[in-house]
Design a protein around this ligand. Sequence first.
Ligand SMILES: Nc1ncnc2c1ncn2[C@@H]1O[C@H](COP(=O)(O)OP(=O)(O)OP(=O)(O)O)[C@@H](O)[C@H]1O
Ligand SMILES: [Mg+2]
Length: 500
Amino acid sequence: MLELKNIGKTFSGVNVLRGIDLVLKKGEVHALLGENGAGKSTLIKILNGYYQPDKGGEIKIEGRVIQFKKPKDALDASIHTIYQELTLCPLMTVAENLVIDKQGNFQGVFLKNREYKDIASKALEQLDQTDINPGHLVKELSIAQQQVVEIAKAIISDARVILMDEPTSSISQKDADKLMTIIKKLRDSGVTIIYISHRLHEIDGIADRITVLRDGDLVGTVNNDDVDEQDLINMMVGRELTNVYPKRDVEIGEPVLRVEGLTSENTFKDISFDVRKGEIFGIGGLVGSKRTEILEALFGMRPITGGKIYLRGKEFNPKSPLNAIKNRIAFITEDRKKSGLVLCLSVMENINLINAQEKSTFGYLNWKHMLDIAKKQQKTLDIKLNRLEQIVNTLSGGNQQKVALAKWLEFDPDIILFDEPTRGIDIGAKTEIYSIAGELAARGAAIIMVSSEMPELISIADRILVIREGEMKGIIGKEEASQELIMSLAALKDSNILTK
Ligand SMILES: Nc1ncnc2c1ncn2[C@@H]1O[C@H](COP(=O)(O)OP(=O)(O)OP(=O)(O)O)[C@@H](O)[C@H]1O
Ligand SMILES: [Mg+2]
C-alpha cells in the first residue's frame, strides 16, 4: 500500500529521523513504537503532508512515487490522521463536522441538512456507534466519542490509510476496548492503519507488525507473533530494562494533609482521607469519576461547598492556585497543553515559571540563573531537546510532560498533586518519573497521585483511594491492592468497602 525509502528529517540542523525504510501492507495494523522523542510523530507528519522529508527520501503509494506538499495532498490520497488532540469544531454538530471536508465535493455544492445527517448516520452505523446523535454539538460529546467521529470522518472520505497517534492516551479502558474493535473492523475492510501507543499490551492485542524507532533510527520491523513485551522493550531502549517499578523503602510520617467530608456541589461529595509525610497516596477510578476535580479543589481551582481541609494540622481554605502554591502545594496537571505549559515559551522559561519571581532582582529576571536551573533539571529528568531555548511546543509529547514536571522540582513542594503523571510517557521515562516521585517522598513530600493505569497505582502507591462518580468507595492498603479489587470498586454499583 505504502512504501517509505530512506526517509529523513532535519529541523534547524538537527537530524531527528534518519534513513527510515518502511513497508505498509494493505489491511494491516502496523504499530510504531519508540521512546519519547524517537521520531514517531514526525514520521506520521511526513506521511500526512505536514512536513516534507529531507532530500533523498521517497514515498510510494501502490508503487507510485508521490510527493505531499501540504496536508490536503495526503487527504486527497486517502491518508487520514487521528491526532491525540482532536481537531473537530466543537460548536458544530456531529453531522456538520463529518462532511466539513466534503462540502464542495457533493453535487449541488450546498448540502441540505437532511442529506448530511443521512451521510453521518450511515458512517456511524458502519462503526456500530448509533448512540452518537448526528444532530448534537461536538462539544457535548466525550473525548472517546469525538474520536469515533474523527474515524467516521475518515470512513466517509474512503480513507485507505489511517494514522493514529496515541489515540487511547486520554480515554477509559472501556472506550479503548471499543476503539480496538473499530480498528479491527477497519483492518478487515482493507484499511491500512499505523498505530502509535506507549501501551504495550494494547499493541500486543491489535498489531500485525511492529516497527521500532530509537533516537531517529529504524531499529527494525517484526511480526507481532514473533516477539513478546520484553523483546519490544529491549528494542526500544537498547538495553535491558527489568525493573519498571523501582523499590522504595521510606518511613511514613505524620499526616500533612487531611480532608474531611470534602464536597463540591454537583461534582463530588463527602470525601475523607489523609496523606502522610513520605507517602504516595493513589487515587484510582474510571476516567470521568471526578478525581481531577478533587485535586483542583485542593489547589484552589474549584469551589468547596462542604467539608474541611487541614494542612499541617491547621484548617486550610485554598482560595486560589497562588494561595495553594504559597502553602507549598504543587499540581502537575493531566492536560499539559492546556494547563501544564506555556506552549509558546521556551523550555528554559517553562522550567522557571514557578520560581521566576523569587529568582529575579528588582523585578528583572536573571537569565543566566534561569538557564542554570533549566540545565540542572534537564539533566535530572533527561529531557531530550536540541537547545534549552527551544519552544516547548516542538518537543515530543513525553518530553513536554517532563518539562511540566521539571518546573515543580526546583520549587521543592511539601505536597504534590500528580494527575496522570505518566500519560504519553515511554516505559524508560516512566521508571524515571516513579524514581523521582519516590525521591520526593523520601525527602518528606506527601504525594497524591491520580492514575488510570492500574499496575502503576498498585506498584507505586502506599494506599489507594477509589472514587466512583464523585463518591469514595474505599481506601485500599498496599498489601491488599489488586486490579480486580480496584476495578470492582471503581465500576460496579453497590460495591463498597470499609475505609481504613
Ligand atoms: N518542529 C520541530 N522543531 C524542532 N524539533 C522538532 C520539531 N518537531 C519535532 N522535533 C524534535 O524531533 C524529535 C522527535 O520528536 P517526535 O515528536 O517525532 O517524537 P515521538 O517519537 O513522537 O515522541 P513521543 O512519544 O514523546 O510523542 C524530538 O527530539 C523533537 O524535539
Ligand atoms: Mg509523539
